[in-house]
Design a protein around this ligand. Structure first.
Ligand code: CP3
Length: 346
C-alpha cells in the first residue's frame, strides 16, 4: 500500500494495520534547511514563489518517511487576495496592514478573480505533485471564514477579540456581507487546490473557541458548510476546530468527514461519544517533540493504543510543530508510528 493509498483509506474510515502520519508546519522553523531559505527570502516570498514553496514543502519529506505533505502556504493569503495584506509583527504575531472597521472597507474587498490572484499556489501544488509522485498524499488547506474574519476585523493577532464579536452581535448584516466574500474566496481557493492535485483539504478554525457556544453554528460552522457543499461530493475534507471538540455533532453537520483534534481531547473518550462515525486525526501535544525520544515514544504509543481499533485514524499532532522541536524526536515519533504495532515491547 502506498502512503497516499494509506492516507486516503484512513480518510474513508478503513481500519489499517498502522495509521498514516503527517505533521503540520512540518516546514517550520525547527528544520535547519528551512532556516537557511528564510535567511535569503521573506516568508511571503517563499509562499508566493512556486519553486520555493515546492522546495519548502519537500524538505520534511526528504528527511522523514511521512505519508503526506501539506503544501507550504498560509491561511492569510485569502485576506491578501481580497485586498487586505499582512505582515509579521516585530514582537511576534500577525499584523494586517489595516483594520477592517467600516462598511466601506468591507465593500472595498474585491472577491473577483481569486484563482488568478492565487495562481502561484496552483503552480506550487502542481510542481509539488510532480515532484512527490502519486505515492505520497498532498494536502491543501485554508482558514475557516470565521478565523480569517478575526484577523481581518481585529487587524491581526488579538487578545480579546472584542471587535469581531461586536461586529457579529451588533452589525449582523455587515458581518454576513464580510463572511459571504470570504466564503466565496475560500471556495475558489479550494477548487484551485483540488484542480491542481491536492488529495484532501484541511480547514482550520483556529479561533472557533472564542465564539459563544450558542452562536458557533451561526457565526462559523454554517459558512464552513456552505464551502463544503460547493466542493465535489466525497472529496476528503478535514476540519480542525481548535478547542471545539464538544461541538462534534455540529462539526459533522458541516459535511466534513474527518475531524482533526487538538491535544486537549482524550481521544478514546471522544470517539466513544461521537454521534456518527467519522475519520479522526490527531492529537499528540506538539510540546512532546521538545522533550526526549523516550518521552516521545511512550506518549505516541499511548495514543496509538487508544486508537488501535478505531477505523479511520490519521496520526497527527494536536497543532503545528513548534520551532523548538528536536529532529531526533520527530525521527522517533515517525519510527514509532511506522513500526506500530509490530515492534511494540510486550
Ligand atoms: O506544514 C506546513 O508547512 C504548512 C504550512 C502552514 C503555515 N501556516 C505556514 C506557516 C499552515 C497549515 C499554516 C496555517 C495557519 N497560518 C493558521 C492555522 C493553523 C494554526 O496555527 O492555528 C494560522 C492561524 C496562520 C496564520 C499564521 N501564519 C500565524 C499565526 C503565524 C505565526 C506568526 C508568528 O508569530 O510567528 C504564521 C506564520 C507561519 N505560517 C509560519 C509557517 C511555517 C512561520 C513562519 C516563519 O517564521 O518562518
Amino acid at each position: 500500500m502506498t502512503s497516499r493509498e494509506r492516507f486516503l483509506a484512513a480518510c474513508r474510515q478503513k481500519k489499517l494495520q498502522r495509521p498514516p502520519i503527517w505533521i503540520m508546519r512540518q516546514a517550520g522553523r525547527y528544520l535547519p534547511e528551512y532556516r537557511v531559505l528564510k535567511e535569503k527570502h521573506s516568508f511571503l516570498e517563499l509562499v508566493k514563489t512556486p519553486e520555493l514553496a515546492t522546495e519548502v514543502t519537500l524538505q520534511p519529506l526528504k528527511r522523514f518517511p511521512l505519508d503526506a505533505a501539506i503544501i507550504f502556504s498560509d491561511i492569510l493569503i485569502i485576506p491578501e487576495a481580497l485586498g487586505q495584506s499582512y505582515h509579521f509583527r516585530e514582537e511576534g504575531g500577525i499584523g494586517m496592514d489595516f483594520i477592517l472597521d467600516s462598511s466601506d472597507k468591507v465593500n472595498a474587498l474585491d472577491s473577483s478573480n481569486i484563482q488568478e490572484k492565487l495562481s502561484y499556489l496552483g503552480k506550487a501544488i502542481k510542481l509539488t505533485r510532480n515532484a512527490i509522485g502519486i505515492d505520497k498524499a498532498l494536502l491543501g488547506f485554508g482558514g475557516a471564514p470565521w478565523t480569517l474574519a478575526t484577523y481581518m476585523v481585529e487587524g491581526g493577532s488579538s487578545k480579546d477579540f472584542t471587535r469581531i464579536k461586536s461586529l457579529a452581535y451588533q452589525q449582523p448584516l455587515l458581518f454576513n456581507q464580510l463572511m459571504e466574500k470570504v466564503t466565496h474566496a475560500l471556495i475558489e481557493l479550494f477548487k484551485l487546490q483540488i484542480a491542481s492535485g491536492a488529495d484532501a483539504i484541511q480547514i482550520f478554525d483556529s479561533w472557533g473557541s472564542i465564539c459563544s457556544g450558542i452562536d458557533y453554528w451561526e457565526h462559523s460552522l454554517r459558512w464552513i458548510k456552505t464551502i463544503i457543499d460547493a466542493l465535489p461530493e466525497d472529496f476528503p475534507i478535514i476540519l480542525f476546530a481548535k478547542g471545539m471538540s464538544h461541538h462534534a455533532e455540529n462539526l459533522l453537520k458541516t459535511g466534513a468527514k474527518i475531524l482533526s483534534l487538538d491535544w486537549s481531547v482524550n481521544m478514546q473518550q471522544f470517539v466513544n461519544t461521537l454521534p456518527t462515525s467519522c475519520a479522526i486525526q490527531g492529537n499528540l501535544d506538539p510540546v512532546i517533540l521538545n522533550t526526549t525520544p523516550d518521552i516521545v515514544r511512550s506518549n505516541a504509543l499511548k495514543l496509538l493504543d487508544q486508537m488501535q481499533s478505531y477505523p479511520g485514524y490519521i496520526f497527527n499532532l494536536g497543532h503545528g510543530i513548534l520551532p523548538e522541536a528536536k529532529i531526533e524526536n520527530v525521527e522517533m515519533l515517525i519510527e514509532t508510528v511506522c513500526n506500530y504495532p509490530s515492534k511494540v515491547d510486550v
